[in-house]
Design a protein around this ligand. Sequence first.
Ligand code: ATP
Ligand code: MG
Length: 469
Amino acid sequence: MLKKLFQSLRSPLRKPQQHIRSTPEVLNSSQHSLQRSQFSRYAVSIVERLQNAGYQAYLVGGCVRDLMLHIEPKDFDVATSATPEQVRAEFRNARIIGRRFKLVHIHFGREIIEVATFRANHPVDDEDEDSNQSSRNESGRILRDNVYGTLEEDAQRRDFTINALYYDPVSERVLDYANGVHDIRNRLIRLIGDPQQRYKEDPVRMLRAVRFAAKLDFGIEKHSATPIQPLAPMLRDIPSARLFEEVLKLFMSGYAASTFEMLVDLELFEPLFPASSKALEYNPTYTHTLISEALSNTDLRIKQNKPVTPAFLFAALLWPALPAKVLRLQERGMPPIPAMNEAAQELILEQCQRIAIPKRFTMPIREIWDMQERLPRRSGKRADMLLDNPRFRAGYDFLLLRESAGEETDGLGEWWTDYQECNDSERREMIRDLSSKPDATGAPPRKRRRTSGAKRKRAAGDAPNTSGE
Ligand code: ATP
Ligand code: MG
């Protein structure tokens, strides 16, 4: 008894949190801007059907938040009091999926609506009582959380106040348990509950804070921002497969450039990309420019609805970390090209310890990098063969990226730009011109690099030496 009393005093989760109300603020249709027709009609019909079957059901999370901000939602999530099995029993096109927790996916052609059962937050000291469904490790990180709960508990276990808004399309009312509407108006990312504890429960919330701040152009509220730096190293313990998914969301949502700045400022970049973070320390200008340029280009392509590949992004994020590794291997006597290959292999292997980049992306990363060694060698039929290579475009874009970050390539990018625009006879002439240069392979003339000590130093220390010298 005494122990229980003591625990309840100690555990902040036992008492209502500062930001959670036991009864929500209810906004009726005249008090908010949402309209039922803005939501996916499939999601609305799921909610209606669950309610008709006697369950509570709401639209929740990102879709409510985004529509309040006049942003088109990425997807529509439903939260309900029905268990996954009960949901499945209501819909023929429903499938229970379960990774970290059980969810139901309801399929309508290409559209998938995710239906989640209300869940509760873990009482911090409940380990023994609930060990089958929930558990934490010694640092407080939640390892499993499949504890169902009430609507109020569901609001409380959500990450940010702006993500804990529930919309009922039938009554057209919004339920706000955590002052989310207030934070939307004030453009603030604020964790529900005690920030430090909520980050410890799930360190990925630190990345989510940054992602939403960048996407929505919100600030991170002071108390939610201050614990991030000291807790950032906790990301090292997150399974690498989950981090891969999170990093894709961070960099492929159209706000990668500002996300990167925030990650660096909050010291979240280091646990994600340790080698690149070192490069950022040793060669700040070059590394920062190259990564920012790559990310800004990606953002632009996404805005223009052009395809983007994670391989190109990872190739850019990791490239500045290569020279240090190449240099170390060369100092041990390894010739330049094998050193480059070995360094690339090592770097990718190391990176995959943190972020599990699937093979379908690591292969093209290597190909983009290999292409950097091949682009200077243009003599004979080489240039035309390169042009036919399916990776040429990515390799060429990557070359331009390196140049825009200040890498010295002796006009190689411009040469390739011209070559692509030329007709056959002009191309033959361009190749002939190359052989009159001192280097018969068509690599950028070495002489010029050697005359400039400062330049040479930069080529070695600042950017990978891809000319094979
Ligand atoms: P978007 O889909 O636009 O990226 P979202 O807010 O819908 O944003 P999801 O990852 O789809 O984000 O998650 C849906 C909801 O689930 C969130 O709004 C939040 O309420 C809750 N949620 C997701 N991840 C966490 C987490 N790690 N901790 C607590 N709540 C979470
Ligand atoms: Mg979502």
